[in-house]
Write a protein that binds this ligand. Structure first.
Ligand code: DGL
Length: 273
């Protein structure tokens, strides 16, 4: 039998917030992280482009031997996952799996709201796809979902602007727009991998009784359950607690910026898709 790491993909560095949670839940597993930093952000790109870029990245991770790839990116999960699972895998890689971040979130989020009013903050691409309202309505038809695109939040985080008057202005703007749609939302989902880094500013702008949900722990828990239910797949995953990072842009810049998302610089190699 051959053993290989789990592949984790994001348009850039944001997926590291998800991988952090996954790795603390499943520490002995080996992970191969790929950030398509050269073509990020994905959030404002078309459906076709996001699908094409995501599929190229998934194929590259499969070529490294990964039996399972996690799309740790909401935009890619919302716009490319269904096509990959339903059309590409059966045709080209019937023995490989690709999972996203939407399902682990939407299957549980309905239980977290007391008044059944949920706010979703995400990239323009994720919002436009309507994936969150559609998926949540499958699990929780009674829940009302309000969405707000936050086009400035990813660039702010990517540039290390996590606080200060400029950041506060843009965070407040998007939160105001969301709460204008519904004033008594009681549960707020950060449906973009970058947004947890803005948590201190988001909390400062909200009243204390609104709960803010990050996806990392939800995705980590769902992956643990999935591997328990898929023992044949689980047995093919290598387990030496190793993390290897790849980027399509400058490895030096990845490593330096990774500090923000990971808490320490991460060594990284460059690849071309
Ligand atoms: N990682 C993406 C997400 O979770 C956001 C970054 C981007 O726009 O590329 O939606």
């Amino acid at each position: 039998m051959t053993y290989a790491p789990i592949g984790v993909f994001d348009s850039g560095l944001g997926g590291l917030t998800v991988l952090r949670s996954i790795r603390s839940t499943l520490p002995i597993i080996d992970y191969l992280y790929l950030g398509d930093n050269a073509r990020a952000p994905y959030g404002t790109r078309s459906f076709e482009t996001i699908f094409q870029y995501t599929w190229e990245a998934v194929k590259w991770l499969f070529d490294q031997g990964c039996p399972l790839v996690i799309l740790a990116c909401n935009t890619a999960s919302a716009k490319a996952l269904r096509n990959i699972q339903q059309k590409m895998l059966p045709k080209y890689y019937p023995d490989r799996k690709v999972l996203g971040v939407l399902r682990p979130t939407t299957e549980i989020i309905g239980k977290m709201s007391s008044n059944q009013k949920i706010g979703i903050l995400a990239t323009p691409g994720t919002v436009k796809s309507e994936s969150y309202p559609i998926e949540i309505s499958h699990f929780y038809p009674e829940i009302q979902v309000f969405q707000q695109a936050c086009p400035m939040w990813v660039p702010l985080v990517e540039n290390g602007e996590l606080s200060g008057p400029g950041t506060e202005y843009f965070v407040e703007n998007s939160l105001d727009a969301l709460f204008q749609q519904c004033a008594d939302i009681d549960t707020l989902l950060l449906a973009c991998t970058h947004y947890p880094l803005l948590m201190p500013v988001i909390k400062q702008k909200l009243s204390g009784n609104i709960q803010i949900i990050e996806q990392g722990p939800l995705v980590a828990n769902a992956l643990k359950n999935y591997l328990e239910r898929h023992q044949n797949l689980e047995e093919t995953i290598s387990k030496n607690s190793q993390l290897t990072c790849f980027t399509t842009e400058s490895p030096e810049s990845f490593s330096e910026k990774a500090n923000l998302f990971w808490g320490s610089p991460l060594p990284c190699e460059q690849i071309h898709l």
